[in-house]
Design a protein around this ligand. Structure first.
Ligand code: CAO
Length: 446
């Protein structure tokens, strides 16, 4: 008895005829039950027709472009198993067409049913698709991709939504997926782009020969600049930054600092404003502990720190470094100022040790000695906030009691924080706390 069986088109729903758009097997192929044989397409959907039983393809009876309907002869298959009667194997087969339905502006599921379910009618869908198995929304239009192409894309980790289909009605072919992968691999890679950027990575920078516009010279970046540049870029794109601006009245503080400078100098210490800012920031970190934290690597929790190490941005001829003043909570302003002097001298003489730049909880970047009114500092991740300080200046401030404007020394502050960790309200509370601490020197010394 011959094992040669006809394979006919099963029930494909309410369609008089569908177009054959892809033939996935050829004579001589050995196929397993449920392997896709052909892909057909109506004006609404594409679907694969699977093999009703395992066997060897003897002859394909259709070609791409044919119109076929239920009962149409697809191919002859030499069955491997004899248990299933031919007619039943074809028309009452457990094999189920696998569908992709096109519908405007909705994600379309790709039903993947157990083999025992009855053949699936084509239906519009309304539930979201599993990642990587989509009817493909591509540039605002839906594209088709057969299950075999989707399987191929999944194997390569390709998101089909990013692939442009070259066949009719934007249908994505295997060759489109291959071309996409080739194109992606050919793109210039940027080291240190930071994790998780994925398709948000920026466009490649155009390569321009500037000498066509005028005289140029090329100067290599210092090692520090290269490292800090990559870190700054990662921090900028990883942490959603918000910058809160505020001002503190430091008239009394400056008066006090100046009155203490001589004493400090006798002890070999330059008593700078930065020392007071560091002291005040620890007080604010204690009041708002979320600022003294880091996001856990899995993003599920906050790691709160019970120590208070404050980094400060230090401008050196080689670039920016951030030494860290350790255990600020147990130091007075003079001791902090002494650490600042020692660390910034070491930084400029390139003598900082690695451990002197580690363990920071929060950073202060002071440009006050240079100038400027405001700036937006970049968070020194995985810290969650950084305080920028600009140049203080005399401002007329209205005194509600005397009903007069008084000249006061006002310090501009810019607090950038990671909005994944800190809410806007707490950002404003933190700078208000800093303002309160800096405008009343007695609080600082407590
Ligand atoms: N407003 C007005 N004047 C200020 C001031 C402020 N906010 N802060 C400092 N000054 C004055 C000081 O009083 C001092 O004046 P005198 O020489 O008359 O005493 C002068 O500016 C220089 O101060 P300083 O440099 O000695 O001390 P500092 O504490 O201000 O700064 C340091 C120390 C290490 C922070 C600084 O040298 C530095 O490197 N700053 C640059 C930081 C930087 O590059 N940040 C950008 C990083 S990108 O985010």
């Amino acid at each position: 008895m011959s094992n040669l069986k006809d394979v006919l088109v099963p029930d494909i729903g309410n369609f008089d005829s569908v177009d054959v758009i892809e033939i996935l097997v050829k004579a001589g192929d050995t196929i397993a039950k449920d392997d896709s044989l052909i892909t057909v397409e109506s004006d609404k959907a594409s679907m694969d027709i699977p093999a009703p039983f395992a066997g060897v393809v003897k002859e394909v009876k259709i070609k791409v472009g044919d119109k076929i309907a239920q009962g149409h002869l697809l191919l002859t298959l030499e069955a491997v198993e004899m248990a299933v009667p031919a007619a039943a194997a074809v028309l009452a087969s457990s094999a189920t067409p696998v569908l992709t339905v096109e519908a405007p502006k909705v994600a379309i599921p790709e039903p993947s049913r157990p083999a025992a379910e009855p053949p699936q009618k084509i239906q519009p869908a309304h539930q979201p698709l599993p990642v990587g198995e989509s009817a493909v929304v591509n540039g605002g239009t839906l594209s088709h991709a057969s299950p075999s192409v989707r399987k191929f894309a999944r194997e390569l980790g390709v998101n089909l939504a990013l692939v442009k289909g070259s066949a009719a009605k934007n249908r994505i072919l295997e060759s489109d997926v291959q071309a996409f992968v080739k194109n992606e691999l050919a793109k210039p890679r940027s080291e240190n782009m930071g994790a998780g950027l994925g398709s948000l990575a920026t466009l490649p920078m155009p390569v321009i020969d500037f000498s066509q516009f005028g005289d140029i010279e090329t100067k290599p970046l210092s090692r520090i600049k290269k490292i800090s540049g990559a870190n700054l870029h990662r921090n900028w794109v990883t942490a959603p930054h918000v910058t809160q601006f505020d001002e503190a009245d430091i008239t009394d503080l400056e008066e006090f600092r100046k009155s203490m400078m001589k004493d400090a100098e006798k002890r070999g210490v330059k008593l700078t404003l930065l020392a007071f800012l560091i002291k005040a920031s620890v007080n604010a970190l204690k009041a708002y502990p979320n600022f003294n934290s880091s996001l856990a690597p899995d993003g599920d929790s906050l790691i709160l720190k019970n120590y208070f190490n404050i980094g400060f941005a230090c401008d050196t001829p080689d670039g920016l470094v951030v030494p860290v003043v350790k255990d600020v909570q147990s130091k007075d302003v003079l001791a902090i100022a002494a650490d600042l002097g020692e660390l910034s001298t070491k930084a400029r003489e390139r003598k900082l040790k690695i451990e002197e730049m580690q363990g920071g909880c929060f950073t202060i970047s002071s440009l006050g000695g240079i100038g400027g009114t405001m700036f937006t500092p970049i968070i020194n991740c995985p810290e969650v906030a950084i305080l920028g300080v600009s140049r203080s200046s005399m401002q007329p401030v209205y005194n509600a009691e005397s009903k007069e404007f008084e000249p006061r020394l006002i310090l501009p502050m810019s607090l950038s924080y990671d909005h994944r960790v800190v809410d806007g309200a707490d950002g404003a509370r933190f700078t208000s706390h800093m303002r309160m601490m800096l405008s009343d020197v007695r609080r600082l010394l407590l």
